[in-house]
Design a protein around this ligand. Structure first.
Ligand code: ZN
Length: 353
């Protein structure tokens, strides 16, 4: 269970530089306005009701028909569960991360207030959408991908508990997930909504980061994710935002109390973060006052050494075993959604779903 420090030899791609040309009526390319030349400002901003979660039976026709995406397995130094990043002395960067979970029996939300706040404050962030979320929110997914403030990883196809899945099912899930991810990125390329600057070339074509649904894994699923070429990104700071009782002030206070340079903070932007949008401006302001700034997970990894554990957990090894009972594979998706809303389950830390 021990944490080991490993040297970061993470892929450092060349920067992609594109000429920022203004298109009349469209946002100019800059981090301040969302970094996109494909959408007018009003198309980027939040819309009422968009954060709502709808229960919809799974329709297999959404599964992407596309050639398998085959990435090279990760080298040994990058394998395992990445908790945070050890940065050089004096670097006070942290990563805000937002999961966009979506299970088979729902279309989850897009919490636009969060994204609008990040853009308004110029705060970098990393998103982990389920593959199905990407296909159910194609325009929003492309907007996130096109924005140089943001990095977009992956959060499985339909957010099942990977600790309970067979190896075969894990592979099948990852295959669908990577196809969905590649499909959305391809569409973005076709629209020429490239980012004006991006530090990791590989990220333009496919996700490089993965977050386990519920933060649960076992040795086999961790290996499968790494064999699929994905870095398993967890966190060292829990916001507790899926718990309704976790107020904005409690989120701010809890994060600030445990954050350190190189921290990875887990939150939700799919309608399951109850007070996340309200907490975010407070949190960004407070962390900046304390001398912190924000980086994507990829940028953190480029600057330091990942802190890697050999298991997946919330705060300490073994502490998320309860999720195997809360989120078994045979439970109907709607029931899982209820629990995942935090309406029936919460923990001292607020849990991560
Ligand atoms: Zn999730």
């Amino acid at each position: 269970m021990g944490i080991r420090w490993q040297l970061a030899s993470l892929g450092i791609g060349c920067a992609v530089l594109l000429v920022a040309s203004a298109i009349p009526g469209f946002g100019q390319i800059s981090s301040a306005d969302g970094g996109s030349r494909c959408w007018p400002a009003e198309a980027l901003t939040m819309r009422p009701g968009e954060r709502a979660i709808h229960h919809v039976p799974y329709d297999p026709s959404i599964e992407p028909h596309k050639t398998d995406v085959n990435l090279a397995p990760l080298a040994s130094a990058k394998r395992g569960s990445i908790r945070s990043v050890k940065l050089p002395h004096g670097e006070k960067l942290v990563a805000l991360t937002f999961d966009l979970c979506e299970n088979a029996g729902e279309i989850s939300g897009y919490d636009g207030e969060i994204i609008d706040t990040l853009r308004r404050l110029g705060a970098k962030a990393t998103f982990f959408p389920s593959g199905k979320w990407l296909l159910d929110h194609k325009e929003r997914a492309q907007q996130l991908l096109a924005d140089p403030l943001f990095q977009v990883g992956s959060h499985s196809w339909t957010h099942r508990n990977f600790r309970l899945l067979s190896q075969e099912d894990v592979k099948a899930d990852l295959a669908l997930d990577l196809k969905a991810d590649a499909k959305v990125r391809e569409t973005l390329h076709a629209r020429a909504c490239y980012r004006p600057a991006f530090s990791q070339q590989s990220d333009l074509d496919h996700a490089t980061l993965f977050r386990f649904p519920f933060g649960t894994c076992n040795a086999d699923s961790l290996s499968a994710v790494n064999d699929a070429g994905l870095l398993a990104i967890q966190w060292d700071v829990v916001s507790g935002d899926p718990a309704p009782a976790q107020s904005a002030e409690a989120i701010r206070r809890g994060v600030v109390a445990s954050v350190k340079p190189g921290s990875i903070i887990v939150m939700h932007a799919n309608g399951r973060g109850w007070h996340t949008a309200e907490a975010l401006p407070l949190l960004v302001e407070d962390l900046r006052k304390r001398g912190f700034d924000f980086a994507t997970v990829g940028e953190l990894l480029e600057k330091g050494e990942p802190v890697i554990a050999d298991s997946c957990y919330e705060v300490k090894p073994g502490d998320n075993a309860r999720y195997d009972k809360l989120f078994p594979l045979d439970r109907p998706a709607k029931t899982q959604t209820h629990a995942a809303n935090g309406a029936t389950q919460s923990t001292a830390a607020g849990g991560n779903r």
